[in-house]
Design a protein around this ligand. Structure first.
Ligand SMILES: NC(=O)c1ccc[n+]([C@@H]2O[C@H](COP(=O)([O-])OP(=O)(O)OC[C@H]3O[C@@H](n4cnc5c(N)ncnc54)[C@H](O)[C@@H]3O)[C@@H](O)[C@H]2O)c1
Ligand SMILES: [Zn+2]
Length: 405
């Protein structure tokens, strides 16, 4: 038996934030990040709408990018004191993911972070509060997914919490919130969405319910992402829906080793000033992983189908895979995303000499590879890499060399 789970309600369209006015409850806590939602006026509006709904509203502000275990624990404490019956998380993937983890701890104060990380091991939520997610970036789709990614900085690694219990009750997909995104954020979150859709489509857990969502998302992202990056606001609006469709697909079909590798490389070089942004990591690793996975016949066929939907041409599946890889690399070029860790420089821009010195990368490589293999996203990848293969693949992602194994 398989399961396909989405939020009970997805409100979409410009101005859909207003639906908060109709929520029923006594107390709502709004969880938000560093200030972009305040500057855009969206935080004030959300608060006003919830107050109009007759609720007492508390703010939990300042959730950092790539939220930490400590932030989760702090937020959960505030929730325990305040006792909200609605948790409304507004912003990018970071504040929404943090709020999801806070929710678990709020409902089960004895639950430790280690308990939360047991895949599909979360106890039944919604005894204390329901959850609404309002996304302001067009990538993670955490507003509709069963995932939350929390970083343990002491260990230098990201941990995915995965359970349909944390799929929000309500998602609000209001493209107005995404219009204030700076270009770089558009590029990174957009390639994150592309990776979600492609990994979901070739995942071993794909099914008839997830395939159409993944394919349509890929078509939309192909059409709209670069235009959105270049300032076309109609394309920006459509990207907000496309990333949500990709999220519906991967929340149910799961992901693959692009994400495993991104999770394990994101924070591990932070001591060298190289925080590898999630979407940028995915954008760099995706073409490499496609080449690796395409050695599996079923995956190769599926990449061929993707290439067909993207009208890339090609006489056979090998040619289609090569054209797909070339297309994705061109998207990176069009949006100033580097092709490899070795060229990942300041502000995540391509540069000759990136942040991560070669000797540091090579020294940490065995550990990163081992942790990537253990990542929750590896299980549904079409090809299971050995330690040696994962190390070789990561080297290709460092040097931008061809994957021929
Ligand atoms: N839960 C999931 O299913 C899932 C999937 C993929 C990634 N993730 C995680 O999500 C996190 C990344 O999320 P993200 O890429 O959305 O970025 P983010 O939430 O970390 O935000 C990045 C920056 O953009 C700013 N920002 C957000 N929206 C803005 C807007 N509309 N205008 C201007 N600035 C804005 C934020 O203030 C922040 O400074 C990572 O921790 C990643 O691992 C989660
Ligand atoms: Zn992602």
């Amino acid at each position: 038996m398989a399961r396909f789970t989405l939020p009970r309600d997805i409100y979409h369209g410009k101005g859909s934030l207003e639906v908060l006015k109709t929520f029923k409850g006594k107390k709502a806590i709004i969880c938000v990040g560093g200030g972009s939602m305040k500057r855009g006026g969206f935080l004030d509006r959300a608060q006003k709408y919830l107050e109009e709904a007759g609720m007492e509203v508390k703010l939990f502000e300042g959730i950092e990018s790539d939220p930490s275990v400590e932030t989760v624990m702090k937020g959960a404490e505030v929730m325990q004191e305040f006792g909200p019956d609605w948790i409304v998380a507004i912003g990018g993937g970071s504040p929404i993911d943090a709020a999801k983890a806070m929710w678990i701890k709020y409902e089960y104060p004895e639950c430790t972070f280690e308990d939360m990380c047991k895949v599909f091991g979360i106890p039944e939520l919604r005894h204390k509060a329901k959850f609404c997610a309002v996304s302001s970036t067009s990538g993670t789709a955490t507003e509709v997914t069963a995932f939350s990614i929390i970083t343990d900085y002491a260990k230098g690694t990201k941990y995915p919490i995965a359970d349909f219990e944390i799929t929000p009750d309500v998602a609000i997909v209001d493209p107005e919130l995404a219009e204030t995104m700076p270009k770089k954020l558009v590029a990174h979150t957009g390639m994150d969405a592309m990776t979600h859709a492609i990994e979901a489509y070739v995942s071993t857990a794909n099914c008839e319910f997830t395939d159409p969502l993944a394919i349509h998302a890929i078509e939309m992202i192909q059409k709209d992402l670069v235009d959105s990056y270049n300032g076309d606001m109609e394309a920006r609006d459509r990207m907000h829906y496309a990333q949500c469709l990709a999220g519906m697909a991967f929340s149910n079909a799961l992901l693959g080793i692009v994400h495993s590798m991104a999770h394990k490389t994101g924070a591990v070089f932070a001591d060298y000033g190289a925080h590898i942004i999630h979407g940028a990591a995915n954008a760099m690793y995706l073409p490499k992983v496609i080449a690796f996975n395409a050695k599996d016949e079923t995956a190769k066929k599926r990449y061929g189908v993707i290439a067909d939907y993207m009208h890339l041409g090609g006489k056979n599946d090998d040619e289609k895979v090569a054209l797909l890889i070339a297309y994705l690399r061109k998207m990176n070029d069009d949006m100033n995303i580097p092709h490899c860790i070795g060229h990942y420089g300041k502000d995540s821009m391509p540069t000759e000499q990136g942040f991560v010195p070669e000797e540091v990368f090579l020294e940490r490589l065995p550990g990163i590879a081992a942790r990537a293999i253990e990542d929750a996203c590896t299980g549904s990848n079409p090809r299971q890499p050995s330690q040696e293969e994962m190390e070789k693949l990561l080297k290709c992602c460092y040097y931008d060399t061809e994957v021929d194994f």
